[in-house]
Ligand binder design. Structure first.
Ligand code: UDP
Length: 247
């Protein structure tokens, strides 16, 4: 039995806890909080933590099964808490884009919705005070954030994860526009897919209509994010999550 110890970290949508008497694992707890614009916009979204925990558990394990890229998940303890390998998180966010949106349009003056000729893989330095600036392997090497081989692995792994994710969402009638992943190092220096793969870190558009099914609903006040995430849950699992069921 894994017993929650002290809180080690509180992020925008998750808390990380130590495990009593176990130095090699942590417990990841999913909150109902939603934030956007680097934490400037905040709200509580009913059942979001439970929905994201369920989607992340399913999607990350599916992606690992399909691609062979290992992840940090060990055990789902309950509907909001996952036991994970304790890692040193690499401060590099890896973003894959299939369709132009968000910062890709802002930085390069492109139209939202432009289908890219091939998946575009970008790196950002994970830093709230700096607003996650775009970087290349040169910066990661110079500033000691990641080795060259690690950056090469991130690119390789991100391409494989993208292919698996595009297929997964496509069968559910959803286009994967873009998403962000992170990696962490085990004490032995092995890289594992870390953090989460959930609608918080993806752009998802309904096929045909391009209706937004992701956190842009919250960012742009397009509707109730709780309803949107419930719809994704239903598409994935084929049944509804009863409101407030196990919170
Ligand atoms: N993303 C994320 N966390 C971040 C930055 C981006 O999960 O700190 C995700 C975001 O939800 C989107 C993708 O990465 O699915 C690309 O984000 P983008 O660079 O367009 O930035 P945004 O406009 O979303 O801030």
């Amino acid at each position: 039995m894994s017993v929650k110890g002290a809180q080690l970290h509180e992020g925008k949508s998750k808390q990380i806890f130590a495990v009593e008497g176990d130095d090699s694992h942590v417990i990841m707890h999913y909150k109902d909080d939603a934030t956007a614009f680097n934490g400037v916009k905040k709200d509580t979204v009913v059942d979001k933590g439970e929905i994201n925990a369920a989607i992340n558990w399913h999607l990350m394990n599916h992606v690992s099964d399909v691609t062979g890229i290992p992840n940090h998940l060990v055990k789902a303890l309950d509907s909001r808490n996952h036991l994970c390998h304790k890692l040193e998180i690499v401060p590099v966010e890896v973003v894959v884009r299939n369709i132009a949106a968000g910062s890709c349009c802002r930085r390069f003056g492109r139209e939202e919705g432009e289908v890219l000729p091939f998946p575009m893989i970008e790196f950002f330095y994970k830093s709230d005070p700096l607003d996650d600036p775009p970087i290349s392997a040169v910066h990661a090497r110079a500033f000691g954030w990641a080795h060259d081989w690690e950056m090469a692995y991130f690119e390789f792994a991100a391409a494989k994860v993208n292919a698996a994710m595009v297929d997964f969402w496509s069968t559910l009638g959803v286009d994967l526009v873009d998403f962000k992943i992170e990696f962490g190092r085990t004490p032995e220096g092995h890289l594992l897919l870390a953090d989460e793969i959930s609608p918080d870190g993806c752009r998802l558009w309904e096929k045909g209509t391009k209706r937004k099914l992701d956190k842009d609903v919250f960012r742009r006040d397009l509707g109730d994010l709780s309803d949107t995430y419930r719809e994704l849950y239903q598409r994935i699992f084929g049944h509804t999550l009863a409101e407030g069921s196990q919170a």
